[in-house]
Every structure is written in C-alpha cells, then in structure tokens.
Unconditional design. Sequence first.
Length: 76
Amino acid sequence: MAMDLKEIESLIKEAMPDASVEIQDLAGDGNHYSATVSSSQFQGKSKIEQHKMVYNSLKGRMGNELHALAIKTKEQ
C-alpha cells in the first residue's frame, strides 16, 4: 500500500517539529517522491547524517509502503 504526501510530511514533522517540508509526487503513482527538508536539527551534521534522520523519521516504511524517496536537506 502506498503512502500519501501528507503522511510522509506528518512523520517527518513529528520527528523534527521545526522542519519545513516540501514533498513532490514524482511519478503520480504514490510510490516515488522527492522531499526537501529544512531543519535546525541538521546543524553540524553531515549530509549522510541528515538523510538518516529523515529516513529514521519514516519509522521503517521506506522500502515497504514507500518505494522511493529522493531527499534534499538544508540547515535552517
């Protein structure tokens, strides 16, 4: 079962309440998304650490309900 954009945004904001989140459905199929996430929690962290924070916020849904997510992160 696919995830919708609001669910992805909600999970990220739950883990990072100050985050600004922009999600796009890349293929219109509910399985391929792009997320741009800005958060002060990214300060001092590498891009890999930032991306892991986003993946962790999805609570294991990546690869299951969510097939593909391209991530861009920015410090706020």
